[in-house]
Every structure is written in structure tokens, then in C-alpha cells.
Design a protein around this ligand. Structure first.
Ligand SMILES: NC(=O)c1ccc[n+]([C@@H]2O[C@H](COP(=O)([O-])OP(=O)(O)OC[C@H]3O[C@@H](n4cnc5c(N)ncnc54)[C@H](O)[C@@H]3O)[C@@H](O)[C@H]2O)c1
Length: 385
């Protein structure tokens, strides 16, 4: 660690993302040659015993049970927000006012109004900021961006993306609280739209430019669930599933679908992009591969090729093992931290910034708004005899 500038992290929330980010901070300096060394200075959570166990496991120097105290500490450089969505705005705004850098989990906020206030506070404070839309930093997805930017696909006509899961099909699953805040609209803001489609939208706008308009439908298949907080049956206000169509500013058409009711799928995040000359597709279940079809190939050899994104000349891969061997989901977070520190050293922003994530929030909100105002045309069609 000699000659490196120590950079003290204050992490809030020690659930799935708390663990993921801690791993990224602990790992990054072993693989990337950075000016800074992240230090796991303090972790914050509300349950003292569980918090201490987490701190011991990951080597955090100290703990806090109130995030407000963490934010006021002089020995913290950056606040990392790994709490449910309804707390992002309050924590980020307080952290910005205290002059801390902020790394915030996605979605940025519960809605656009909250997001706008966050962006204003961040910009007024002038602090470094980024939002953990991590999938951009999957080497195969970054390679897709490179191929698109090089113009290999030509004019783009279609963008389609899915994020399919199957974990909320049981009626017995409660809503709210530990592990299940995603089913409570007060904590999550929305269902699959903010949780899953937000990732698809961030990746899509990064790869294919801005989304201009949307037409959406949503469904809540299970309308009531016991709430873990009250122990009462309460109505479910999140979207269980959502499909939307859109137009991108570049003239291409988009088709997005997400659900937690697709039996057999755990986290099937996919995208396929069809251009004039070539198409590409990617699948999180096979995240180290990028599939590519080029119409300009000799016709007798033309076909989809499956690129194993593991060679040293492919994005991020020179930092890891040897060609032919793979890395995984957790590495996308390591790459995000690495880029954060590379940019910090050069005084540059790390994308997606809060301002970028606000654009994604605007699309999410438009999707919700469109679904609430469904304009359906009755077909008049009858059941086949
Ligand atoms: N980038 C990704 O791929 C990705 C994946 C999963 C989750 N997320 C996002 O990360 C955030 C957290 O999700 P998760 O899956 O880690 O949730 P989680 O339920 O596993 O963990 C949330 C943690 O926050 C803590 N917490 C809640 N309120 C708190 C408070 N007031 N003070 C301190 N701690 C508090 C909880 O006790 C828990 O430890 C969400 O915004 C989610 O959308 C992003």
C-alpha cells in the first residue's frame, strides 16, 4: 500500500450489494495499478451484532449504527449507498452536503423529482459521484459498445432486451422488510421497472443512445401479500411484470420485457441489436460471450459467431488471468471501482454519474406513466371454435 493514497470508504447497508462492493474494494488494488488504495474504514447498519459480524468478516476498521454519524465523520472520503431504494435520496443529499464523494446503488431514486434534487445537490457540492449500473462493465458488454462505436453494425434498426426472473411466483411470499423490500412499493418505488428494467435501460441508452418515447403495460399478478412489517395482508403495489415498446433518438425501435414470473429463469438479462450490416447479442447467463453476425462475411461462411471475451486485447481482460479463462459477475463491480479511481486521479467523472442515472430514471417514470394510462384498442376477436 506504500506510495498509494488511502481512500476511506464508508459503506451503508451490508446485504447483497454491501458484500459485492466490499469485495470490489478489497480486490481492485491487487489487479489494477491505481494511485489510490480503497480502505474499508467503516460500515453502517442497524443491527449491531450482524453489523459487527460483517465488519469482522470483511475487515472493516469500525462500525456505525446511524448513517448520519458516518456521514459526519472526518475520516471518511466516500459514502457508498447499498440500502433499499427509498433511502438513496436522503442519504445522498446529506452526504453531498457533508462534502463526501458518493457511490450510490441503482436505481438512483424512487422517482424523477427525488432524482433531480439529488443531482442538484451533487452538482452544487461538486463531489465525485457514480451510480452502480454495473453491467456496462461486463467485458462482453463493453466490447459490444466498442463494436457499435466503431460503426460495425451500421445503422441500427432494432434493440430488444429482457430481464427475466421467477422468484415471486408463490402467493405465500410476504412483502416488505429484510430480503423482501423489493415487493413493497414504499421501499422499492416500483417492481421490475426500477429493479430490473432500469439495468436494461441504462445499458440500452449507453449502447444505442437516448430513448425518446415509450408505450408500456404492467401487471401485478398477486394482488395481496402479508407484509413482514405489520403481519397484515396488504395490497401489492409494485409491478410484477412489464413490457414496453420505445423509439430511440437514432430512429431504431426498442422492445423490452421484464418479469419475476418467468418460470425457469433466474436472471436472464439479454439484449440483441440488429443493424444494417451486423447484429450482436448478449446473455448474462453466459456473460463472457458476445455473439456477432456480420452480413459482410463471405456467404458460405456467414453465421453467428460466439466470441469468447477472454483475450488480453478485450476490455478489462488484460488485468485478469490467461486467455480462455473467464471472470464473472463480481468482476463488473471491481471494474466499476477501478474506473472510479482512474477517473478520480485524472479529475474526470465516472459514468454513469447521478446526472446519467437521472436520464434512466426519466425513462422508468415514463414507462410507469404509460402503463398507468394504457390506451388499448379492443380487437373484437372471439375464441376459435
Ligand atoms: N447493481 C446491481 O446489480 C444491484 C443488484 C442488487 C441490488 N442493487 C441495489 O442495491 C440496493 C440494495 O440492494 P440489496 O440487494 O443489497 O439489498 P439487501 O436487502 O440485501 O441489503 C440492504 C441492506 O440495507 C440495510 N439498510 C436498510 N435501511 C438501512 C438504514 N436506514 N441504515 C442502514 N442500513 C440500512 C439492510 O439492513 C441491509 O443490510 C438497492 O437499491 C438495489 O436496487 C443493485
Amino acid at each position: 500500500m506504500k506510495n498509494k493514497k488511502e481512500y476511506n470508504i464508508g459503506l451503508i447497508g451490508y446485504g447483497l450489494m454491501g458484500k459485492m462492493h466490499s469485495n470490489a474494494y478489497a480486490t481492485v488494488g491487487n489487479f489494477f495499478d491505481l494511485e489510490h488504495q480503497p480502505v474499508l474504514k467503516a460500515v453502517c447498519g442497524r443491527n449491531k451484532d450482524k453489523l459487527q459480524k460483517f465488519a469482522n468478516q470483511w475487515g472493516y476498521h469500525s462500525t456505525e449504527t446511524d448513517w448520519r454519524i458516518l456521514i459526519e465523520r472526518d475520516d471518511i472520503d466516500a459514502i457508498d449507498i447499498c440500502t433499499p431504494n427509498n433511502s438513496h435520496a436522503e442519504i445522498a443529499i446529506a452526504a453531498a452536503k457533508a462534502g463526501k464523494a458518493i457511490l450510490c446503488e441503482k436505481p438512483l431514486a424512487l422517482n424523477v423529482a427525488e432524482g433531480e434534487e439529488m443531482v442538484k445537490c451533487i452538482e452544487d457540492a461538486g463531489v465525485p459521484n457514480t451510480v452502480w449500473y454495473n453491467y456496462r462493465r461486463t467485458p462482453a458488454v463493453t466490447l459490444a459498445k466498442q463494436l457499435i462505436d466503431e460503426g460495425r453494425l451500421g445503422k441500427i434498426f432494432h434493440y430488444r432486451s429482457n430481464f427475466l426472473q421467477d422468484w415471486t411466483i408463490s402467493e405465500d411470499l410476504p412483502q416488505g422488510g429484510a430480503g423482501l423490500w423489493r415487493l413493497d412499493s414504499n421501499e422499492a418505488g416500483s417492481g421490475v421497472i426500477g429493479d430490473l428494467l432500469a439495468h436494461c435501460i441504462d445499458t440500452a441508452m449507453w449502447l444505442n443512445g437516448s430513448i425518446e418515447n415509450v408505450s408500456a403495460m404492467t401487471e401485478t399478478f398477486i394482488k395481496e401479500r402479508v407484509h413482514q412489517g405489520t403481519n397484515k395482508v396488504e395490497s401489492v403495489k409494485i409491478d410484477d411484470a412489464c413490457s414496453f415498446l420505445c423509439r430511440f433518438a437514432n430512429g431504431s425501435l426498442g422492445n423490452f420485457e421484464s418479469t419475476r414470473y418467468a418460470r425457469g429463469h433466474k436472471a436472464l438479462f439479454t439484449f440483441e441489436i440488429n443493424g444494417e450490416n451486423a447484429s450482436i447479442r448478449w446473455d448474462l447467463h453466459d456473460l463472457h460471450r458476445l455473439e456477432y453476425f456480420d452480413y459482410r462475411d463471405e456467404s458460405i461462411l456467414r453465421g453467428w459467431r460466439s466470441i469468447h471475451v477472454s483475450d488480453a486485447d478485450m476490455p478489462y481482460m488484460d488485468k485478469w488471468w490467461i486467455p480462455g479463462t473467464q471472470i464473472g459477475y463480481e468482476h463488473t463491480f471491481v471494474h466499476h471501482v477501478a474506473d472510479y479511481f482512474i477517473n478520480l486521479a485524472e479529475g474526470k467523472p465516472t459514468n454513469p454519474t447521478f446526472a446519467d442515472a437521472l436520464e434512466t430514471q426519466k425513462v422508468c417514470q415514463a414507462v410507469i406513466g404509460s402503463a398507468n394510462n394504457e390506451a388499448w384498442k379492443l380487437t373484437g376477436a372471439k375464441q376459435f371454435k
